[in-house]
Design a protein around this ligand. Structure first.
Ligand SMILES: *Cc1c(COP(=O)(O)O)cnc(C)c1O
Length: 407
């Protein structure tokens, strides 16, 4: 598709000499209407599906994030062309690997699929019989155990056990070295929970190297900081899994598996176009593959300090508005491991403000425009990184109103 047509579809007038889809367009619109929908069908309205301002964050249930124009350009470009799926994965994989300091990379259908396929690659190597056999490990000669720290145990480990392995939990360095045995396939690390484990990244990798056990890491929600894209490859983890649809703002259904060439190549054997594999249902199409690459390129090119300052300014606007209500307390947190974005915590004196968190969130949800925030029974938790320009003012106003109304 030619540039003029793409711009037309995006509802953008082409400007002579401007860089295609520049930073001013990343900002989005102030209305809440997608530029794509301008003048076109309002599909969600037709369906009666509620749309909302996302002051919550990159949650799968809320469709996570919005793709940038650069990503949409790649997706629309791809939708009009045929190419060989493997050739596209080869070439995009090389580009992604160069950005992330990995030996190799592949676009997967999310971080969850990256975890499953990465583990499959470790278990099967390039043996086609083994690939076909997963997840039936018994009697196959494949290893069967993955070691994980207790503080790193989360539901997403199901992605690993889907290959047939079981998780062996340990807490100390001593327990770790005791747990390693001839059935140990890998040692898995969860970056966002690094503070909950006694063993830190470098030591984890060092023990793996000492015993010849591959080390793997889930950093699904852990950019920004942008350096995390290469930090764990540089550190020596055998593979790294990341979500494409969270802060990277690629397709929600995409992710990246990156790491040692031999393992990535082995993982590819469990991926489409090959059938008879556990990964056949984890297909990514050419639109997602190109979209993921474009999203990654854009992400590494933007000024993340400026972005962070922008999100912080928005959060400060919401904070000041909430504080105007008598009995409200606010605090801005700066998560360091994952979901690294200024996060506003709002609490209140229940004697003065007679509503719980659920009732306040319902009021925000039912208002116009509808707004989603997070939190529990006793707090509201708000982020600004998924807001469009100007939406912080709407959120500020509505948060103040619903708190005031509960007095
Ligand atoms: C979101 C998330 C996943 C799953 O990522 P998808 O891209 O949605 O498949 C896995 N692990 C962690 C820690 C996550 O936060």
């Amino acid at each position: 598709m030619e540039r003029r047509k793409i711009l037309k579809m995006l509802g953008i007038a082409p400007v002579a000499g401007s860089s295609l889809l520049g930073a001013e367009l990343i900002a989005g619109t102030s209305s809440g209407a997608s530029p794509l929908a301008k003048g076109g069908r309002d599909f969600l309205k037709e369906l009666g599906v509620r749309t909302f301002i996302n002051a919550a964050g990159t949650y799968t249930s809320m469709t996570a994030s919005l793709m940038r124009p650069q990503t949409m350009e790649a997706i629309m470009y791809a939708s009009d062309k045929f190419c060989m799926l493997d050739e596209l994965q080869d070439k995009v994989g090389e580009r992604i690997a160069a950005i992330t300091h990995a030996e190799a990379a592949v676009v997967t259908s999310g971080a969850f699929a990256a975890l499953t396929l990465g583990m499959a690659g470790i278990l099967t190597g390039k043996d086609p019989e083994r690939v076909k056999r997963l997840p039936k490990l018994e009697g196959s000669g494949m290893k069967t155990e993955v070691i994980c720290q207790k503080g790193h145990a989360i539901g997403y480990n199901q992605a690993l056990t889907n290959t047939g392995v079981s998780i062996v939990m340990i807490e100390t360095r001593e327990e770790l070295e005791k747990a390693i045995n001839p059935n140990t396939a890998a040692m898995h690390f969860l970056h966002i929970n690094a503070d909950n484990g006694k063993i830190k990244h470098e030591e984890w990798v060092a023990v793996g190297k000492k015993y010849g056990i591959p080390t793997t890491i889930d950093i699904a929600a852990d950019v920004p900081p942008v350096e995390n894209l290469w930090r764990f490859n540089d550190m020596g983890f055998d593979w790294v899994a990341i979500s494409g649809g969270k802060a990277l703002r690629g397709p929600q259904s995409a992710g990246i598996l990156m790491g040692k060439k031999s393992i990535i190549e082995a993982a590819r054997l469990s991926m489409p176009p090959r059938g008879e594999t556990i990964g056949r249902g984890m297909k990514v199409n050419k639109e997602e593959i190109l979209g993921m690459w474009a999203a990654l390129e854009t992400f590494v090119s933007i000024d993340h300090d400026m972005e962070y300052a922008k999100f912080e300014a928005r959060i400060n606007n919401i904070k000041s508005a909430a504080e105007k209500v008598h009995g409200v307390r606010t605090q801005i947190n700066h998560p360091k491991l994952g979901n690294c974005t200024p996060t506003l915590n709002i609490t209140w004196d229940p004697i003065l403000i007679k509503a719980d968190g659920n009732q306040l969130r319902e009021a925000l949800r039912k208002g116009t425009p509808s707004i989603e925030v997070m939190g529990g029974k006793e707090n509201l938790s708000i982020t600004a990184w998924q807001l469009k320009e100007g939406e912080d003012r709407i959120v500020a106003k509505r948060v103040r109103e619903v708190l005031q109304a509960a007095i």
